[in-house]
Write a protein that binds this ligand. Structure first.
Ligand code: PLP
Length: 809
C-alpha cells in the first residue's frame, strides 16, 4: 500500500528536503519515484539525511584540526549500536521534516525504520556502553574516534526451535549499509608470526604473514547535531587477493586461501561474553584491530604534530576491557622500533596516553593467553612484554612486595601452563584503571587487582556507567517524553539531571495518570507485537515483569524461573486469593558453548508452554521468552515494563546498564545490592526500589565458610516444591531428566546462591504485588524513579572520564 504509486496524494509545495530525497532516489538509488519500493525509499531517506550529516561531520573535523585539541580514542572489540535512522534524525532535529517528506509519498517513517537491520556488533552491556559513549562524546562536543571491527556477521541471530536456542548468522550487511564510508586510503599492514632479529641498536620484526586493515567510517551524531564524530571499524583483506599462478594451475580454492583467511578475521564476533573462547582467532582479531587503530592514531599525530613525544597531549586512548590491551605492547613497539625512542621514555609516554576500563571480576573472564601461542603469533610483542615485566617486578621488589605479591603482579601467570595476563598488562601500561560502578571498583581493589593496587594506589578510580537518554528515553519512549515536557519543560532534554524537577510533582495525580496511560499504551504496543510474532496474547493491565539481558548463571534467570514456578503452584493451590495478574517476560542470548545458559532458555520455554496453556491459572500468569533480544527489541520492551529484574548474585554484576534504562522509563526495580543497583537505590530512595538478598560481603563469607544449600532448601517448602517439580520433569514430560543436572547443581554447590536468596526474593515479589494494588503509591514511585536517574546519563559518565582521565574538559 505504502509503496503503491497510485496512492500518492497530490501535494501543494514539496519541501526542499523532499526534493532532495527524490533527487537522491533517482541519482543514487537509480529509481523512478513511481516505481520505487519501500526499501528504495528507505535507502534514499538515509542518503538524504546523510548529506545533512556529512556537512556537519566535515565541519566538526575541520574544527578539531583548527583548534588542535586533544582527541579521545575509544578502542572496543564491541559496539552494540542497533539502528541509526531514528537516532540520527532525532539528534539532528529532522524527524518531523522527514515524516512530512515521506508522507507526501504515502510513506510512514515508522515503517521505513523497521527495514533497518540492527548493527549487532556486540554481545551485551559492554558493547552497548561503547555505543552510548560514542553518542555522548559527540553530544558533549568532544572530538573522538571509536575503533573496532566491522564484523560481517556480528552477533548471532537467535531463533527458538522447540524451546531451544538456535544460532544463525546475522546478515545485517546483506542489503548494503548506507551509513558507512570505506576509506581505502586509510589502510595498514598487520603482521603475524615470523622472526625478530637484532639489527644495530634495535630489532627488526619480519612477520611471516601480513593482512591489510582498511577503515570503514560511520558518522556518529550528537544531540542537537553540533558535533559528528567517527566510528572507525576495520575490515580485513589479503595483500594478494588471488594467487593467479595457482588459480591458473587449477587450484581454484587454494589460490584464494589468503583472502579467506583475512575474511575470517572479520566474520564473527566471538560469543565469549564472560568466558574466554581460548581461540587463536580471537587473539588475532584483537591484535588486528588494535594494531590498525594504534597505527592510525600515531599516523594522524605525526602527520599533524610532527613529534611523537607529544602524543599524550593530543591523544587519550581508552581501552574498553582487556580485548585491546595488546595496545600497550603495540604502542611500545612503534615508539621503540619505528620511532627510535628509548625504552624508558617510551614507557612514560605510553602510560600517559593509555587508560583502561575493567568490566568484570569473574576469574574465568579475565583474559589470559597461553604463552607459546602469544609468542608464535606476536614474537616481538612477547619480548616487549618481558621487558615491561622485568621493569614492573623490579619496582615491586623495591617497594618491598613479597614473593606471593610479585607472582600476582607479574604479567606472566607461572602457575601451571604459562600464560600472558592481559588485565595486568593493561593495568601497568595505563595511567588510569577504572571500574564501572562504585561497588565494583571497591571489589577490584580488594580482589583481582589487590596487589597491583597496593603497588600503584592512585591508579584505580570509579566511573559509574550510564546510558544515553536520547536513545533510552526520547527515542524509545516519545509518549513519556511528551508527558515530561508538558510537566517540567524542555531543560531535561539537554541535561538529564533536570528530570529531578519531576520530584516536586510526584503527588500530582494527573501526572501519575498520564504516565500510567503512556505505560499502558506502550504495553499494548508490545502485546500487539508479541501477539503478531509469537501468537501469545498478553493482558496490558497485568504487571509486566521483565528480565532481559545475556543469559548467564550469575544474572540468575534461573532464580526468577524458580520463583515463577513457585508462584504458579501458589496460584493453583490458592485460587481464592486476589492474585495480581503478571506477565513474566524473558529475553536474552546464551553463548553458544554455554550449556547451562542454553538449558535455562529451554526451561523458560518449557515453563511458558505449560503455564500459558493451563486454564487453572487463567489470565493470572503468563510467561514469554522473546526470541533474538537485541537493541531494537530492548527499545520496545523497556518502555512497556512495570518491573525491572536486576537480581544477580551480589558482587558479580560489575554495573549493569539495563537497570538504568528501565528506571528511566518508570519501571520499579526488584534487585540485589549489586553493581549500579546500589547507586540507583541511593538516587531513587529506599522506598522506591525493592531490594532483597545477600550482600556481596555475605556472599563472599558464605563461600569462604562453607555454604549448605541443601539445608536451606529443606527449610523452605516453596523452594523445595518448585525445585522438585522442575527436577522431576513436570515441565519437561518429553524428557523428565532434562533439568535434573541443572537443579542438582543447586542442591550440590549452588555457586550463585539461588537457594540462599530464594525466600527473600519470593517475599520481595509478594511485596511488589502489594505495592501494585496501591495504584497511587506505584505511580508515585514510578515518578521518583524517572526523576532521580538522570545522573545515570552517559553524558555524566563521559564528563567524568573527560575531566579525570582524558583531561579534555
Ligand atoms: C542495555 C543492554 C544490555 C545490558 O543489559 P544488562 O541488564 O545491564 O546486562 C544488553 N543487551 C542489550 C541489547 C542492551 O540494550
Amino acid at each position: 500500500m505504502a509503496s503503491d504509486p497510485v496512492s500518492v496524494p497530490k501535494r501543494a509545495e514539496p519541501s526542499e528536503f523532499d526534493k532532495h530525497i527524490v533527487k537522491v532516489l533517482r541519482h543514487r538509488v537509480g529509481k523512478d519515484e513511481r516505481a520505487a519500493k519501500q526499501h528504495d525509499w528507505y535507502t534514499a531517506s538515509i542518503y538524504a539525511l546523510r548529506d545533512e550529516i556529512i556537512d556537519r561531520w566535515i565541519s566538526s573535523t575541520r574544527r578539531t584540526y583548527d583548534e588542535g585539541g586533544k582527541r579521545v580514542y575509544y578502542l572496543s572489540m564491541e559496539f552494540l549500536i542497533g539502528r541509526l535512522l531514528r537516532d540520527a534524525l532525532s539528534n539532528i532535529g529532522m524527524t518531523s521534516q522527514m515524516e512530512k517528506a515521506l508522507a507526501a509519498h504515502g510513506l510512514e517513517l515508522s515503517a521505513l525504520e523497521e527495514l533497518e537491520p540492527d548493527a549487532a556488533l556486540g554481545n551485551g552491556g559492554l558493547g552497548r556502553l561503547a555505543a552510548c559513549f560514542m553518542e555522548s562524546l559527540a553530544t558533549l562536543d568532544i572530538p573522538a574516534y571509536g575503533y573496532g571491527i566491522r564484523y560481517v556477521n556480528g552477533m548471532f541471530r537467535q531463533r527458538i526451535d522447540d524451546g531451544w536456542q538456535v544460532e544463525l548468522p546475522e546478515t545485517w550487511l546483506a542489503h548494503g549499509n548506507p551509513w558507512e564510508f570505506e576509506r581505502l586510503e586509510s589502510s595498514y599492514r598487520i603482521g603475524f608470526g615470523g622472526e625478530v632479529e637484532a639489527e644495530g641498536d634495535g630489532v627488526i620484526w619480519s612477520p611471516a604473514e601480513e593482512i591489510e586493515a582498511t577503515a570503514v567510517d560511520t558518522p556518529v551524531v550528537g544531540w542537537r547535531g553540533k558535533r559528528v564524530n567517527t566510528l572507525r571499524l576495520w575490515t580485513a583483506s589479503a595483500l594478494d587477493p588471488i594467487r593467479l599462478d595457482a588459480f591458473n594451475a587449477g587450484d581454484h580454492i587454494g589460490a584464494l586461501e589468503e583472502q579467506v583467511r583475512a575474511d575470517s578475521l572479520v566474520r564473527v564476533l566471538y560469543p565469549a561474553d564472560s568466558s574466554p573462547s581460548g581461540q587463536e582467532l580471537r587473539l588475532r582479531q584483537e591484535y588486528f584491530f588494535t594494531s590498525a587503530s594504534i597505527q592510525d592514531i600515531v599516523r594522524r599525530h605525526v602527520q599533524y604534530e610532527g613529534d611523537i613525544r607529544t602524543l599524550p597531549e593530543k591523544a587519550a586512548i581508552q581501552l574498553n576491557d582487556t580485548h585491546p590491551s595488546v595496545a600497550v605492547a603495540e604502542l611500545m613497539r612503534i615508539f621503540v622500533d619505528i620511532h627510535g625512542l628509548e625504552f624508558n621514555e617510551a614507557w612514560e609516554i605510553c602510560k600517559q596516553t593509555i587508560s583502561y576500563t575493567n568490566h568484570t571480576l569473574l576469574p574465568e573472564a579475565l583474559e589470559t593467553w597461553p604463552l607459546p601461542l602469544f609468542e608464535r603469533l606476536l614474537p616481538r610483542h612477547m619480548q616487549i612484554i618481558y621487558a615491561i615485566n622485568s621493569r614492573i617486578l623490579r619496582e615491586a621488589r623495591k617497594a618491598g612486595c613479597s614473593d606471593e605479591q610479585i607472582a600476582a603482579i607479574s604479567l606472566i601467570d607461572e602457575g601451571g601452563e604459562r600464560r600472558v595476563r592481559m588485565a595486568n598488562l593493561a593495568f601497568v601500561g595505563a595511567h588510569s584503571v577504572n571500574g564501572v560502578a562504585a561497588l565494583h571498583t571497591e571489589l577490584m581493589k580488594e580482589t583481582v587487582f589487590a596487589d597491583l593496587h597496593s603497588l600503584y594506589p592512585t591508579r584505580i578510580n570509579n566511573k559509574t556507567n550510564g546510558v544515553t537518554p536520547r536513545r533510552w528515553l526520547q527515542q524509545c519512549n516519545p509518549g513519556l517524553t511528551k508527558v515530561i515536557r508538558d510537566a517540567i519543560g524542555d531543560d531535561f532534554l539537554d541535561d538529564a539531571a533536570k528530570l529531578s524537577d519531576l520530584n516536586a510533582l510526584a503527588n500530582d495525580s494527573t501526572l501519575g495518570e498520564r504516565i500510567h496511560e503512556v505505560k499502558r499504551s506502550n504495553k499494548l504496543a508490545l502485546a500487539d507485537y508479541i501477539k503478531k510474532t509469537m501468537g501469545i496474547r498478553l493482558d496490558p493491565d497485568a504487571l509486566f515483569d521483565v528480565q532481559i539481558k545475556r543469559i548467564h548463571e550469575y544474572k540468575r534467570q534461573l532464580l526468577n524461573l524458580i520463583e515463577t514456578v513457585a508462584l504458579y503452584d501458589q496460584i493453583r493451590s490458592h485460587p481464592e486469593r486476589d492474585w495480581v495478574p503478571r506477565v513474566k517476560i524473558f529475553g536474552g542470548k546464551a553463548a553458544s558453548s554455554y550449556h547451562n545458559a542454553k538449558l535455562v532458555i529451554k526451561l523458560a520455554n518449557d515453563i511458558a508452554r505449560r503455564v500459558n496453556s493451563d486454564p487453572s491459572v487463567g489470565g493470572l500468569l503468563k510467561v514469554v521468552f522473546v526470541p533474538n533480544y537485541n537493541v531494537s527489541y530492548a527499545e520496545r520492551i523497556i518502555p512497556a515494563a512495570d518491573l525491572s529484574e536486576q537480581i544477580s548474585t551480589a558482587g558479580m554484576e560489575a554495573s549493569g546498564t539495563g537497570n538504568m534504562k528501565f528506571a528511566l522509563n518508570g519501571a520499579l526495580t526488584i534487585g540485589t545490592l549489586d553493581g549500579a543497583n546500589v547507586e540507583i537505590k541511593d538516587h531513587v530512595g529506599d522506598e522506591n526500589i525493592v531490594i532483597f538478598g545477600l550482600t556481596a560481603e555475605e556472599v563472599a563469607q558464605k563461600r569462604a565458610n562453607g555454604y549448605n544449600p541443601r539445608e536451606i532448601i529443606e527449610g523452605s517448602r516453596e523452594l523445595a516444591q518448585a525445585l522438585s517439580a522442575i527436577a522431576s520433569g513436570v515441565f519437561s514430560p518429553d524428557d523428565r531428566n532434562r533439568y535434573a543436572g541443572l537443579i542438582g547443581g543447586i542442591y550440590d554447590h549452588d555457586w550463585f546462591m539461588c537457594a540462599a536468596d530464594f525466600d527473600g526474593y519470593a517475599a520481595a515479589q509478594r511485596s511488589v504485588d502489594a505495592r501494585w494494588e496501591d495504584k497511587a503509591g506505584w505511580r508515585k514511585a514510578a515518578i521518583h524513579n524517572i526523576a532521580n536517574v538522570g545522573w545515570f546519563s552517559s553524558d555524566r559518565t563521559i564528563s567524568e572520564y573527560a575531566r579525570d582521565i582524558w583531561k579534555v574538559l
